[in-house]
Write a protein that binds this ligand. Structure first.
Ligand SMILES: [Zn+2]
Length: 297
Protein backbone atom coordinates (compact mmCIF):
# COMPACT_ATOMS: atom_id res chain seq x y z
CA UNK A 1 0.00 0.00 0.00
CA UNK A 2 2.71 2.42 0.85
CA UNK A 3 5.42 0.71 -1.10
CA UNK A 4 6.19 3.61 -3.38
CA UNK A 5 9.33 1.99 -4.65
CA UNK A 6 7.59 -1.16 -5.79
CA UNK A 7 7.13 -1.33 -9.53
CA UNK A 8 3.60 -2.05 -10.71
CA UNK A 9 2.98 -5.65 -11.68
CA UNK A 10 1.67 -4.66 -15.09
CA UNK A 11 4.02 -3.32 -17.72
CA UNK A 12 1.43 -0.58 -18.33
CA UNK A 13 2.25 2.34 -16.10
CA UNK A 14 -0.04 2.50 -13.12
CA UNK A 15 -0.30 1.83 -9.46
CA UNK A 16 -2.22 -0.71 -7.54
CA UNK A 17 -3.51 -0.85 -4.02
CA UNK A 18 -1.74 -4.01 -3.12
CA UNK A 19 -2.59 -6.28 -0.32
CA UNK A 20 -0.30 -5.78 2.63
CA UNK A 21 2.49 -8.30 2.61
CA UNK A 22 1.63 -10.95 5.15
CA UNK A 23 3.83 -11.06 8.20
CA UNK A 24 6.55 -13.70 7.86
CA UNK A 25 4.67 -16.00 10.20
CA UNK A 26 1.61 -15.91 7.92
CA UNK A 27 3.47 -17.10 4.89
CA UNK A 28 3.59 -20.77 4.21
CA UNK A 29 6.64 -21.95 6.06
CA UNK A 30 8.96 -23.91 3.86
CA UNK A 31 9.11 -27.59 4.75
CA UNK A 32 12.07 -28.09 6.98
CA UNK A 33 14.38 -30.99 6.63
CA UNK A 34 17.11 -32.44 8.66
CA UNK A 35 19.11 -35.54 8.23
CA UNK A 36 20.99 -37.53 10.69
CA UNK A 37 23.88 -39.66 9.64
CA UNK A 38 24.10 -43.32 10.53
CA UNK A 39 26.94 -45.69 10.06
CA UNK A 40 26.02 -48.11 7.37
CA UNK A 41 26.13 -51.59 8.84
CA UNK A 42 28.37 -54.08 7.20
CA UNK A 43 25.46 -56.14 5.92
CA UNK A 44 22.22 -54.22 5.46
CA UNK A 45 19.42 -56.32 6.87
CA UNK A 46 15.83 -56.51 5.75
CA UNK A 47 13.42 -54.74 8.12
CA UNK A 48 12.84 -57.01 11.05
CA UNK A 49 9.40 -55.64 11.66
CA UNK A 50 6.88 -56.04 8.83
CA UNK A 51 4.77 -53.11 10.08
CA UNK A 52 7.69 -50.77 9.61
CA UNK A 53 6.90 -50.43 5.90
CA UNK A 54 5.63 -47.12 4.58
CA UNK A 55 2.01 -46.31 5.27
CA UNK A 56 -0.05 -43.30 4.20
CA UNK A 57 -0.61 -40.66 6.86
CA UNK A 58 0.85 -40.51 10.35
CA UNK A 59 1.03 -44.12 11.41
CA UNK A 60 3.31 -44.02 14.42
CA UNK A 61 3.96 -41.91 17.41
CA UNK A 62 6.57 -41.12 19.97
CA UNK A 63 6.17 -39.28 23.24
CA UNK A 64 8.01 -35.96 23.33
CA UNK A 65 8.03 -34.23 26.73
CA UNK A 66 4.96 -36.16 27.76
CA UNK A 67 3.08 -35.26 24.57
CA UNK A 68 2.17 -37.74 21.90
CA UNK A 69 3.71 -36.81 18.58
CA UNK A 70 2.49 -38.63 15.46
CA UNK A 71 4.76 -39.21 12.55
CA UNK A 72 4.78 -40.92 9.20
CA UNK A 73 7.56 -43.37 8.61
CA UNK A 74 8.90 -43.89 5.13
CA UNK A 75 11.44 -46.54 4.42
CA UNK A 76 13.75 -45.15 1.83
CA UNK A 77 16.93 -46.00 0.02
CA UNK A 78 19.17 -43.61 1.85
CA UNK A 79 22.02 -43.69 4.30
CA UNK A 80 20.66 -41.23 6.83
CA UNK A 81 17.50 -40.67 8.78
CA UNK A 82 15.64 -37.71 7.29
CA UNK A 83 13.23 -35.52 9.22
CA UNK A 84 10.73 -33.43 7.35
CA UNK A 85 8.14 -31.15 8.89
CA UNK A 86 5.47 -29.58 6.75
CA UNK A 87 1.72 -29.08 6.77
CA UNK A 88 1.17 -32.83 7.18
CA UNK A 89 3.31 -32.99 10.27
CA UNK A 90 6.47 -34.97 10.87
CA UNK A 91 7.70 -37.46 8.31
CA UNK A 92 10.71 -39.63 8.95
CA UNK A 93 12.56 -41.24 6.09
CA UNK A 94 14.87 -43.96 7.20
CA UNK A 95 16.97 -46.66 5.62
CA UNK A 96 15.39 -50.09 5.79
CA UNK A 97 18.07 -51.39 8.08
CA UNK A 98 17.54 -48.85 10.86
CA UNK A 99 15.36 -50.31 13.60
CA UNK A 100 12.28 -48.56 14.95
CA UNK A 101 14.05 -48.24 18.25
CA UNK A 102 16.94 -46.37 16.64
CA UNK A 103 14.48 -44.16 14.78
CA UNK A 104 12.78 -43.25 18.03
CA UNK A 105 16.10 -42.50 19.65
CA UNK A 106 16.92 -40.22 16.71
CA UNK A 107 13.57 -38.44 17.11
CA UNK A 108 14.21 -37.90 20.81
CA UNK A 109 17.63 -36.48 20.04
CA UNK A 110 16.01 -33.94 17.74
CA UNK A 111 13.11 -33.29 20.05
CA UNK A 112 13.66 -29.57 20.51
CA UNK A 113 14.02 -28.97 16.76
CA UNK A 114 10.93 -31.04 15.98
CA UNK A 115 8.77 -29.37 18.61
CA UNK A 116 9.73 -25.87 17.49
CA UNK A 117 8.98 -26.60 13.86
CA UNK A 118 5.70 -28.38 14.60
CA UNK A 119 4.59 -25.40 16.69
CA UNK A 120 5.38 -23.01 13.84
CA UNK A 121 3.20 -25.07 11.53
CA UNK A 122 0.41 -25.29 14.09
CA UNK A 123 0.37 -21.50 14.45
CA UNK A 124 0.42 -21.05 10.71
CA UNK A 125 -2.57 -23.40 10.27
CA UNK A 126 -4.51 -21.61 13.01
CA UNK A 127 -4.00 -18.30 11.23
CA UNK A 128 -5.09 -19.79 7.93
CA UNK A 129 -8.43 -21.02 9.25
CA UNK A 130 -10.45 -19.58 6.42
CA UNK A 131 -13.91 -18.28 7.14
CA UNK A 132 -16.16 -20.90 5.63
CA UNK A 133 -19.43 -20.03 4.00
CA UNK A 134 -22.02 -22.76 3.94
CA UNK A 135 -23.41 -22.39 0.43
CA UNK A 136 -26.85 -23.67 1.31
CA UNK A 137 -30.08 -22.37 2.84
CA UNK A 138 -29.16 -20.72 6.15
CA UNK A 139 -25.53 -20.05 5.20
CA UNK A 140 -24.18 -16.64 6.13
CA UNK A 141 -21.75 -14.28 4.48
CA UNK A 142 -20.46 -10.73 4.92
CA UNK A 143 -22.02 -7.96 2.86
CA UNK A 144 -21.30 -4.23 3.25
CA UNK A 145 -19.89 -4.85 6.70
CA UNK A 146 -22.94 -6.78 7.92
CA UNK A 147 -24.01 -10.38 7.70
CA UNK A 148 -26.63 -11.72 5.33
CA UNK A 149 -28.29 -15.13 5.43
CA UNK A 150 -28.81 -17.23 2.31
CA UNK A 151 -32.30 -18.49 1.47
CA UNK A 152 -33.12 -20.79 -1.42
CA UNK A 153 -36.44 -19.93 -3.00
CA UNK A 154 -37.56 -21.80 -6.10
CA UNK A 155 -40.56 -19.43 -6.48
CA UNK A 156 -38.38 -16.40 -7.19
CA UNK A 157 -37.37 -15.35 -10.69
CA UNK A 158 -34.26 -13.45 -9.61
CA UNK A 159 -32.08 -13.10 -6.54
CA UNK A 160 -33.14 -10.40 -4.11
CA UNK A 161 -32.04 -8.92 -0.82
CA UNK A 162 -34.90 -8.68 1.64
CA UNK A 163 -35.48 -8.22 5.34
CA UNK A 164 -35.95 -11.55 7.09
CA UNK A 165 -37.03 -12.38 10.63
CA UNK A 166 -33.37 -12.37 11.78
CA UNK A 167 -31.85 -9.72 9.58
CA UNK A 168 -31.19 -9.32 5.87
CA UNK A 169 -31.59 -12.33 3.66
CA UNK A 170 -30.21 -12.94 0.23
CA UNK A 171 -32.98 -14.92 -1.43
CA UNK A 172 -31.68 -16.88 -4.38
CA UNK A 173 -33.93 -18.14 -7.16
CA UNK A 174 -32.87 -21.74 -6.59
CA UNK A 175 -34.61 -24.91 -5.42
CA UNK A 176 -34.04 -25.95 -1.81
CA UNK A 177 -31.91 -28.90 -2.94
CA UNK A 178 -29.62 -26.88 -5.22
CA UNK A 179 -26.04 -28.10 -5.32
CA UNK A 180 -23.42 -26.18 -3.36
CA UNK A 181 -21.68 -25.06 -6.54
CA UNK A 182 -24.94 -23.64 -7.93
CA UNK A 183 -25.52 -21.69 -4.73
CA UNK A 184 -21.98 -20.43 -4.73
CA UNK A 185 -22.19 -19.29 -8.35
CA UNK A 186 -25.49 -17.52 -7.71
CA UNK A 187 -24.07 -15.77 -4.63
CA UNK A 188 -20.98 -14.66 -6.50
CA UNK A 189 -23.01 -13.38 -9.46
CA UNK A 190 -25.20 -11.38 -7.10
CA UNK A 191 -22.22 -9.96 -5.19
CA UNK A 192 -20.59 -8.85 -8.46
CA UNK A 193 -23.82 -7.14 -9.49
CA UNK A 194 -23.88 -5.34 -6.16
CA UNK A 195 -20.21 -4.44 -6.53
CA UNK A 196 -20.89 -2.88 -9.94
CA UNK A 197 -23.69 -0.79 -8.45
CA UNK A 198 -22.12 0.17 -5.09
CA UNK A 199 -18.56 0.78 -6.29
CA UNK A 200 -19.85 2.71 -9.31
CA UNK A 201 -21.98 4.91 -7.06
CA UNK A 202 -19.10 5.63 -4.69
CA UNK A 203 -16.73 6.42 -7.56
CA UNK A 204 -19.27 8.85 -9.00
CA UNK A 205 -19.99 10.44 -5.63
CA UNK A 206 -16.35 10.95 -4.63
CA UNK A 207 -15.14 12.09 -8.04
CA UNK A 208 -18.02 14.50 -8.61
CA UNK A 209 -17.75 15.96 -5.12
CA UNK A 210 -14.05 16.60 -5.61
CA UNK A 211 -14.03 17.55 -9.28
CA UNK A 212 -11.72 14.72 -10.39
CA UNK A 213 -12.25 12.72 -13.58
CA UNK A 214 -11.32 9.16 -14.34
CA UNK A 215 -11.40 7.62 -17.81
CA UNK A 216 -13.32 4.43 -17.02
CA UNK A 217 -13.57 1.78 -14.37
CA UNK A 218 -14.05 -1.97 -14.20
CA UNK A 219 -14.37 -4.70 -11.62
CA UNK A 220 -11.35 -6.82 -10.90
CA UNK A 221 -11.10 -10.26 -9.33
CA UNK A 222 -7.44 -10.07 -8.42
CA UNK A 223 -6.42 -11.91 -5.28
CA UNK A 224 -3.54 -9.49 -4.78
CA UNK A 225 -5.00 -5.99 -5.11
CA UNK A 226 -8.01 -4.10 -3.83
CA UNK A 227 -7.75 -1.64 -6.66
CA UNK A 228 -5.49 -0.09 -9.25
CA UNK A 229 -5.19 3.05 -11.32
CA UNK A 230 -3.42 3.18 -14.67
CA UNK A 231 -1.60 6.22 -16.04
CA UNK A 232 -4.35 6.67 -18.63
CA UNK A 233 -6.92 7.16 -15.86
CA UNK A 234 -8.53 3.72 -15.91
CA UNK A 235 -9.49 2.44 -12.48
CA UNK A 236 -10.07 -1.12 -11.40
CA UNK A 237 -11.76 -2.07 -8.14
CA UNK A 238 -11.96 -5.52 -6.62
CA UNK A 239 -15.53 -6.80 -6.45
CA UNK A 240 -14.77 -8.38 -3.07
CA UNK A 241 -14.82 -4.90 -1.57
CA UNK A 242 -18.61 -5.38 -1.22
CA UNK A 243 -17.84 -7.52 1.82
CA UNK A 244 -16.81 -4.35 3.67
CA UNK A 245 -18.44 -1.21 5.05
CA UNK A 246 -18.95 1.89 2.92
CA UNK A 247 -16.15 3.84 4.72
CA UNK A 248 -13.71 1.08 3.72
CA UNK A 249 -14.99 1.07 0.14
CA UNK A 250 -14.73 4.89 0.06
CA UNK A 251 -11.14 4.70 1.21
CA UNK A 252 -10.14 2.37 -1.64
CA UNK A 253 -12.06 4.51 -4.14
CA UNK A 254 -10.40 7.71 -2.82
CA UNK A 255 -7.01 5.96 -2.91
CA UNK A 256 -7.37 5.16 -6.61
CA UNK A 257 -8.81 8.59 -7.45
CA UNK A 258 -5.84 10.20 -5.68
CA UNK A 259 -3.57 8.28 -8.05
CA UNK A 260 -5.07 10.26 -10.96
CA UNK A 261 -3.00 13.19 -9.65
CA UNK A 262 -0.14 11.33 -7.97
CA UNK A 263 0.94 8.03 -9.50
CA UNK A 264 2.95 7.10 -6.42
CA UNK A 265 2.58 6.85 -2.66
CA UNK A 266 4.42 10.07 -1.78
CA UNK A 267 3.32 12.51 0.95
CA UNK A 268 1.65 14.50 -1.85
CA UNK A 269 -0.37 11.39 -2.72
CA UNK A 270 -1.58 10.98 0.87
CA UNK A 271 -2.48 14.68 0.94
CA UNK A 272 -4.67 14.00 -2.11
CA UNK A 273 -6.36 11.07 -0.35
CA UNK A 274 -7.03 13.31 2.67
CA UNK A 275 -8.50 15.98 0.42
CA UNK A 276 -10.82 13.46 -1.26
CA UNK A 277 -11.76 11.68 1.94
CA UNK A 278 -10.94 13.51 5.19
CA UNK A 279 -10.45 11.08 8.07
CA UNK A 280 -9.62 8.13 5.81
CA UNK A 281 -7.04 6.69 8.23
CA UNK A 282 -9.32 4.37 10.22
CA UNK A 283 -10.65 2.74 7.06
CA UNK A 284 -7.12 2.39 5.69
CA UNK A 285 -5.95 0.72 8.89
CA UNK A 286 -8.94 -1.61 8.78
CA UNK A 287 -8.36 -2.87 5.26
CA UNK A 288 -4.65 -3.28 5.87
CA UNK A 289 -5.57 -6.00 8.32
CA UNK A 290 -7.77 -7.84 5.86
CA UNK A 291 -6.32 -10.73 3.92
CA UNK A 292 -7.77 -10.64 0.40
CA UNK A 293 -6.44 -14.11 -0.28
CA UNK A 294 -8.47 -15.64 2.53
CA UNK A 295 -11.89 -14.12 1.90
CA UNK A 296 -14.53 -16.85 1.61
CA UNK A 297 -15.43 -15.99 -1.98
ZN1 LIG B 1 -1.89 3.09 -4.32
Amino acid sequence: MTKAARAPASPRRGVGLAVTEPAPSQKTPAPVQLSLGFDVPAAPAAPTNATAAAAPGPDRHVVLSGERCSYTLRRARRRTIGFQIDDRGLTISAPRWVSLRDIEIAILEKERWIRTRLEQWRQWRAKRQLPQVNFADGGQLPFLGGTITLRLRADLRASELAAGPNGDELRLALPADAAEVQVRDAVQAWLKEQATRVLGERLDALSTRNGVRYTSWALSSARSQWGSCAADGRIRLNWRLVHFTLPVIDYVVAHELAHLKELNHSPQFWAQVARLLPGFEAARDHIRKEDLASLPL
